[in-house]
Design a protein around this ligand. Sequence first.
Ligand code: AMP
Ligand code: GLY
Length: 426
Amino acid sequence: MNVLILGSGGREHAFAWKISQSEMCERLYCAPGNGGTHEIATNLNLDLGNFKSIKAAVKNESIDLVIVGPEAPLVEGIVDYFKEDAELEKVRILGPDKLAAQLEGSKDFAKNFMAKYKVPTAQYKTFDSSTYSDACSFLESLKPPYVLKADGLAAGKGVLIIDDLEEAKGELKYMLDGKFGAAGNQVVIEEFLDGIELSVFVLTDGKNYLILPEAKDYKRIGEGDLGLNTGGMGAVSPVPFAGKKFLSKVEERIVKPTIKGFAQEGMDYTGFVFIGLMNIKGEPFVIEYNVRMGDPETEVVFPRIESDLLDLLDRAASNRLAGRSLKVSNETAMTLMLVSGGYPEAYEKGKIIDGLDETEDVMCFHAGTRLEEGSVFSSGGRVLSITSLGESIEECRRKCYAAADTISFEKMNYRRDIGLDLLDWN
Ligand code: AMP
Ligand code: GLY
């Protein structure tokens, strides 16, 4: 089977790494890919917003299966584009259609879906600039802190959590006035959920599903979860506070009604459901749906999967997941993100990366890197995702931080506390 992975992050390198191990994989491509995917796949320099050029590459390279990594092409309707084109009839594409991708593309759409299918989530209401005074009354009826969410995609920055009522009303006005552009034309205001966060991942063919290992990520730039939000600075799987009982509640109360909802809404949903959850005293509540895998969560979830993932992905894309199961390792996986100094604000790129060949017992998934004349250079904010497997979080931490000591590039930064909060749970 010839496979094309769309995307260029650590997530896509982890997809390529796992898929390349499958006996079913003949030729593997990544578009646009990065310095790491270059080693195990053929990188194609494609713009993911240009579906026509992706189609041309798929035909040229006789691709059988397309896997969509990031959300943007899904929200823009790449799956519909492929499925509606008779020339691409034999090509399978793994991802939800445009309607289903609204579960990530619009917070209001996602909350209405959860309400309809009785998926536990925070109480909420949605407002626009014509209902600002109703929104203020709704805020007054809630207890602080106040949670304001821009309805549309806002590069992970569209959620504000504010303690003071007057400040919340002011921020709401800024959002409705265009602080996040059109993404904030509508704002969801919701009840604050006080608990501990984790994510559960599901692979589905629209009807059948497999629950993948869960993960916890570390979103803030600073140690102790302080500072600005990032795409993710590290992750751990399994999550010690997500026991069997909790995960079975997630399956019964959240996964099953969600999958049922896809069919009832007429969604063509194949691929991943990334469920952001709050565990409140052992009870699960959904914070958000994403319609793809997480990054860096993929870098800890896939290394724990022992089954042939390509077989399962291909089955999911062609509605043949019935009766399949997943083999998962009991080992712990941790990933540590090495980032450019300054990220998530302004940072410099083009720094040469040393020491990549000298690391021991870790996997170095590339994120923002490029290969030039045999050397690897940084090309983004998140640069490398260092993953280790071990018996415990302590062991994983030892391996990841030893690798971080070996690798260097100018102004490299990383959090030293990944997994530290979970040690007491082990
Ligand atoms: P989202 O983009 O919806 O994932 O929100 C970003 C982050 O805001 C989440 O990962 C949570 O940490 C936090 N968050 C979102 N909604 C809530 C809520 N209702 N209660 C508490 N925290 C929340
Ligand atoms: N790490 C969070 C995400 O991929 O959205």
